[in-house]
Design a protein around this ligand. Structure first.
Ligand SMILES: [Zn+2]
Length: 609
């Protein structure tokens, strides 16, 4: 899954580190920053909220105190951007009319208004037309050499397409694993649109989880529609379209084998008239970006950038909260995620500002907003970069660096440059962390944005934990000593790059196949919290969600899961793959190691909505 890493050493960087050890400046303290950012007053720093604005003001004031400046040509440090804070259906409607068929005595007329809800990425549209049922609406690209195309025998041009949600229920594991990857609703909408369909209707089949229900209007950051009207309808509505002679359960059962030759069909004598309407709530959030100017002639060397997202989940009502029922709507303090990274970047900036030696590159300091809803802030930055992207030599990111345990520090995305591994080893010689260097830059944090822009980057992380995305991620639980030490180590890393004549080279890391899919294929939750820091064979649990499936199965922090439902689990990727194959409410055997002893239990996955 990984590219070859050329063991290459940049001599300039070594020289810079050698000279850096001598005069360490007075220590900085990250604690006050974390305590302020995670305080009740900031209400969880949700992008676009009052709390987020207060946090941004605080960051700009701190940067000014430290001696950082607004970017050249700008009068302040705020880079506002617009984003979609939520979507809701604003009155989509549908009617079904059936032509009379006098011959067999079926009466015509309008069946009536049917429950419908737009999908969050739907266009606003008013369309009418005949209906084609297209099975699961899945098209596996030819490059996959698999041969599954729900549209193979259908002409859906100017028709309304009706499809099932998810993917065939009874197919063998391999088939399900492939089809799951192409079952995302956006992907289904795209497939329908590319074939000229007027609209897409989705029904959750009677044999699937959440049977017959409308699909919740989940969070979607799209600024506009996807180019097609798309909506979910009730099971009863789908049955009304198909007519009483063809029970949807029978149709689905046939498709559920995964047999690619089970074809869809045109529904006779029916016209659907539908109107979709989605309101997207637009908000403004702010990235806070400043720089420490170079203090020595630079001959226009590219900049080095450091950054962290400062937004969090507010009260957690937008989707990615993992709060338990009792914790619902409480402020999500986000002390580790990511007041810790924000504080680290402030501390690093302060350390860099205090160093006496000349700085040979400008240092860009960035605090991103709207990371939690899909890396929106950092993407807004690279989409309209105030500093040309090719003038950024490297980017160092910090996300969740406040929970150091056993001296373990994880540095990810090291595969983006051959310079990183040697450089990390050298700065760590002074810091003495138990370092876990991981190559993969496709991480769910802003480092992914910079990797996409071909900028060598790294992201620092101290591991996941049971308070992740819950109100209990509080300032009291932060390891401040560890956090301050990370800031010192990272500051010497940034200095080393700033001092060096050569910028790190960029290496493209191929995206691992198992990570290409979104979580869309995963329909169940096991309530486990993986430990990403420790390299073990199997899935080491950093914890379990209280009351969740793993908790009920008796699994605990420290257990190593080695097998689920007959699938061997060697690493986190195997685990994600195995998850795609589990079914809600169907118990599976889990084999795990506890203190080296092999045990097993039954785990019953729960449905994700
Ligand atoms: Zn987060």
């Amino acid at each position: 899954m990984q590219q070859k890493i050329v063991a290459r050493v940049l001599l300039g960087i070594i020289a810079a580190i050698a000279s850096a050890g001598a005069q360490a400046p007075a220590p900085v303290r990250s604690r006050p920053h974390v305590e302020f950012l995670a305080s009740e007053k900031l209400e969880g720093r949700e992008a676009g909220s009052t709390g987020e604005r207060l946090a941004a003001d605080y960051l700009a004031a701190q940067l000014t105190r430290i001696g950082a400046r607004p970017l050249p040509g700008r009068s302040d440090m705020f880079l506002p951007f617009e984003f979609t804070a939520g979507s809701r259906d604003s009155g989509s409607v549908m009617a079904i009319s059936r032509a009379p068929r006098l011959a067999d005595g079926v009466s015509g007329g309008i069946v009536g208004d049917i429950g419908i809800r737009a999908l969050p990425f739907s266009d606003d549209a008013d369309v009418a037309g005949p209906v084609i049922f297209a099975g699961y609406g899945i098209v596996v690209p030819e490059s996959q050499n698999f041969g599954y195309d729900s549209y193979a025998t259908l002409d859906v041009k100017d028709k309304i397409v009706l499809v099932l949600r998810y993917f065939p229920e009874d197919a063998d594991d391999k088939t399900r694993a492939i089809l799951a990857r192409y079952s995302d609703l956006r992907y289904k909408a795209m497939a329908a649109r590319q074939r000229g369909a007027k609209a897409l209707l989705v029904v959750t089949g009677p044999r699937s989880p959440n049977a017959g229900e409308l699909i919740p209007m989940t969070f979607d950051t799209a600024l506009a529609g996807s180019g097609i009207a798309a909506a979910s309808i009730l099971g009863t509505g789908a049955q009304a379209i198909l007519g009483s002679t063809r029970p949807l359960a029978d149709i689905q059962r046939e498709l559920d084998t995964g047999n690619p030759h089970v074809a869809g069909f045109e529904v006779p004598d029916v016209t659907v008239h539908m109107k979709t309407s989605v309101i997207r709530e637009r908000h403004t959030a702010r990235n806070v970006v400043a720089y420490l100017p170079a203090t020595a002639p630079t001959a226009n060397r590219p900049w080095i950038a450091v950054g962290a997202h400062y937004d969090h989940l507010g009260r957690g009502d937008k989707g990615t909260s993992l709060a338990s029922k009792e914790e619902a709507s409480a402020i999500h303090a986000g002390a580790d995620d990511n007041a810790s990274g924000t504080a680290a970047v402030l501390a690093i900036t302060e350390l860099l500002a205090r160093f006496a030696q000349p700085r040979r590159r400008h240092v860009l300091v960035a605090f991103w907003s709207a990371e939690e809803i899909g890396l929106v802030g950092s993407n807004a930055f690279v989409a309209k970069p105030p500093v040309p992207v090719d003038q950024i030599a490297a980017y160092i990111n910090f996300d969740m660096v406040g929970r150091m345990q056993d001296n373990r520090l994880i540095v990810q995305a090291a595969g983006t440059s051959p310079a990183w591994s040697g450089l990390l080893e050298r700065v760590n010689a002074a810091a003495g962390f138990d370092l876990a260097v991981q190559q993969d830059p496709y991480q769910p944090t802003d480092v992914a944005t910079f990797n996409q822009s071909a900028i060598p980057s790294l992201t620092f992380f101290t591991g996941s934990h049971a308070d992740y995305h819950r109100p209990s991620d509080t300032a009291a639980k932060i390891n401040y000593d560890g956090l301050d030490r990370i800031a010192v180590m990272a500051a010497s890393l940034v200095r080393a790059v700033a001092e060096s004549e050569d910028a790190p080279l960029f290496t493209k890391v191929e995206q691992p196949a198992t990570r290409g899919a979104t979580m869309a294929g995963v329909r169940v939750t096991t309530g486990t919290i993986p430990d990403y820091a420790t390299e073990v064979k199997g899935l080491l649990l950093a914890g379990v969600m209280g009351g969740g499936p793993a908790d009920r199965a008796g699994l605990m922090k420290g257990d190593v899961v080695v097998e689920i439902a007959g699938q061997t689990i060697a690493n986190i990727y195997d685990y994600t793959y195995a998850l795609e194959l589990l079914k809600a409410d169907v118990p599976v055997r889990v084999v795990y190691l506890r203190n080296g002893e092999r045990r097993e239990t039954q785990l019953t996955p729960a449905a994700r909505r």
